[in-house]
Design a protein around this ligand. Sequence first.
Ligand SMILES: Nc1ncnc2c1ncn2[C@@H]1O[C@H](COP(=O)(O)OP(=O)(O)O)[C@@H](O)[C@H]1O
Ligand SMILES: [Mg+2]
Length: 339
Amino acid sequence: MLAIHRSSSGYSQDWIAYCKAENIPHKVVNCYAADILEQLTGCSGLMWHHHHTDAKDVVFARQLLSALEHAGIQVFPDWRTGWHFDDKIGQFYLLQLLQVPVVPTVIYYEKAVALQWAKTAQFPKVFKLRGGAGSLNVRKVSTEKEARQLIYTAFGSGFPAYNRWEDLKENIRRKRMGIGSWLDLAKSIRRLFVATAFARIRGRERGYILFQDFIPGNTYDTRVVTVGNKAFGIRRLVRKGDFRASGSGYIEYEPEKISLECVRLAFETSEKLGAQVVAYDFVQDTNGNPLMVEINYGYAHASYAKCPGYWDKDLHWHQGSFNSTHWMVEDFVHRLDPA
Ligand SMILES: Nc1ncnc2c1ncn2[C@@H]1O[C@H](COP(=O)(O)OP(=O)(O)O)[C@@H](O)[C@H]1O
Ligand SMILES: [Mg+2]
């Protein structure tokens, strides 16, 4: 029996619909309930699309899933897929160890060392918080002075994990573009005055600073997602007058726009990671070689419905629309019952 935690957004509604359509024995559970372990009695696996901006999920999703996995119950996302989720610090160490091409990055945990680094660093650099999505916590640093200010803040008052001003600016931009709603805009105005549960729980980020080399000349980033033996991709164009692509809303789906080298590297890395699902973001260096900027098991699956097909591990193209959340269930069920 497969247990699925139902959320109002994310993969779970599609998972449940797929299980119903395919007659896959399943049970809907509530991970927030005090009796979650009893609910799981008789289940051999749990799928939960926990989200990095859900106030409750960030408190305990990893702990519950890790405990279950530790005790021999299969979970999605499993430890190899999920421990580094929304954590660019963990990802950087991991990807380097796995010898994946990443953007040169420094992370410091001591103010004095970071300030010393800033004296001789070549600018521009890119500053990032360890968490966040849609480019909200990513910015360019053009001078040593700017870097020093960021370092003082990082080791002083810190940065809000949820940046309400950036969020508002983004919602205005998306509304202007015609892809945002009035409701989203109104909500982000409200959040200026009323802290969300997420903002209160996550608090401020401090005690570390992360800088990367700024990789120039990228007018888009490439996102390739692997789900088991299948991969698909999109290209996201940068915002006007900006270097940041993720969250821009300008998406291209044509497969010929996706570098096969990125697809190959994605499959190779997923193999090394032993991960169930990974969305990779790539930029390209000045020679056109892909550099990975982040990995993620969660992605906005609905925006990928327009992908016209996928690649298999031999990089053969399979034309036709698909729902990648169904593959997650297929792979997971196969793991529960390999026969
Ligand atoms: N080191 C870098 N050099 C140039 N552009 C970058 C660099 N890192 C990220 N970007 C751009 O910024 C965007 C957001 O960065 P990313 O690390 O993926 O953060 P997020 O988690 O918000 O998506 C990327 O989509 C890419 O376009
Ligand atoms: Mg990204």
